[in-house]
Design a protein around this ligand. Structure first.
Ligand code: PLP
Length: 395
């Protein structure tokens, strides 16, 4: 099938929900992807932070193949080994007590919201169900997580949304306090606002907020759907902020390309979602869980140190370009935001980057976002950087 034939077929039979790039992908190896006619792309996007081990990683392939031969699906009516093993690995390495598995970030965030509301209901009764989120956040596309998202553009069309969310300014504890009260059960935030523009929160704000939440028994909930599972150079980003949330969600990179997500919570929340209160048919599927175990076994201390080095390398190389269109370069680990100056035509730059066979993402109004596979090699980074140099410095 040619690219034009594929595009025509897609347009004829699929809801045109996505503004796709003019690229079709067929297969990949390492952090390089290939189109239908063998065109080669350097991957600085990893399918929005999902392909953490790139493509064709031997440990991932082995885990998925083996589990596919044994048992693809069981449902949560039965015990399966990958589910329990994955939970053990995540809890041990995050300091959390218990896991629940889901299929995607939005669904995991629904779970953490239910956890917070029921924790509060069990302890304090009705009327304490409000959750504070931050302006410029992103928490998902379900009716509830759209409302949790602190950006007005997401609060359209789909009325009525779920009640019970209030928004505070990031890096402003007084703003959180102004929204909090007797009806508050939790504060929910991303430590680096990903879709919002790769904006890391201030460490002091986060630590003060954690103390404030603890004093008032508001659960501190962290959305690590994008920042989790090695992306920022630690297994979870909260580990670099020196806090321990009550619960955290993860998704994108956990299973290296298969749909998998979940919630981890601490001891005081572990029994909140008892039998009959929350469930999913697919969540924790054995193949996805086995893949996730392989991802976690690969992302060890040395691997995470390399993620930090690569992130530093990318950020300093882009900063050193001193490109006239770039305002600043920010992020942590392999979550990189290239913030453009006001008035720069981002879509023209992104198109040029794609035309030069490098896949990148955008975030917020003026950021080019890089989320390469965590296994990206020096050679692959340098090939992508050469294109960024030509495009950013030519602009
Ligand atoms: C991607 C993302 C989500 C939504 O995840 P889906 O898997 O698309 O439902 C939620 N929160 C954050 C921070 C994300 O980056």
């Amino acid at each position: 099938m040619t690219f034009e034939e594929l595009k025509a077929l897609d347009h004829q039979y699929t809801m045109q929900t996505y503004g796709r790039f003019d690229v079709a992908l067929d297969h990949g190896q390492g952090s390089t992807l290939y189109g239908l006619e063998g065109e080669e792309y350097i991957d600085f996007a990893s399918g929005i932070g999902v392909a953490s081990l790139g493509y064709g990683h031997p440990a991932w392939l082995e885990a998925v193949e083996t589990q596919a031969h044994k048992l693809a699906h069981a449902s949560n009516l039965f015990y399966t080994e990958p589910y329990a093993r994955l939970a053990e690995k995540l809890c041990t390495r995050s300091g959390m007590a218990a896991a629940f598995f889901a299929n995607g970030g939005g669904e995991a965030n629904e779970g953490i919201i239910k956890l917070a509301r029921k924790y509060s209901f069990d302890k304090y009764g009705k009327g304490r169900a409000n959750i504070i989120t931050l302006h410029n956040s992103f928490h998902g596309r379900t009716i509830t997580t759209l409302q949790a998202t602190g950006q007005d553009v997401f609060h359209n069309y789909f009325f009525p949304f779920t009640e019970g969310f209030r928004y505070a300014e990031a890096n402003d504890l007084a703003s959180v306090q102004a929204q909090a009260g007797e009806d508050t059960c939790a504060v929910f935030l991303e430590l680096i606002q990903g879709e919002g523009g790769v904006l890391p929160l201030d460490k002091k704000f986060v630590q003060d907020l954690a103390a404030y939440c603890a004093e008032n028994d508001y659960l501190l909930l962290v959305d690590e759907v994008q920042t989790g599972i090695g992306r920022t150079g630690s297994l979870f980003c909260f580990q670099q902020y020196g806090i321990q949330p009550d619960a955290v969600t993860f998704a994108k990179g956990i299973a290296g390309g298969l749909p998998m997500a979940g919630v981890l919570c601490n001891e005081k929340c572990r029994n909140v979602l008892g039998p009959g209160t929350h469930a999913t048919t697919f969540g924790g599927n054995p193949i996805a869980a086995a893949a996730a175990c392989a991802v976690l076994d690969t992302i060890d201390g040395d691997f995470l140190a390399a993620v930090n080095e690569k992130g530093e390398y990318l950020r300093s190389a882009i900063t050193a370009l001193d490109a006239p269109c770039v305002e600043t370069v920010r992020g942590m680990g392999l979550m990189v935001g290239i913030v453009l100056k006001d008035g720069v035509d981002r879509s023209a730059l992104v198109k040029q980057i794609y035309d030069s066979n490098v896949l990148v993402l955008t975030a917020g109004p003026k950021t080019i976002r890089l989320l390469p596979p965590l296994v990206i090699t020096q050679a692959e980074m340098d090939r992508g950087l050469a294109v960024l140099k030509t495009v950013l410095c030519g602009a």
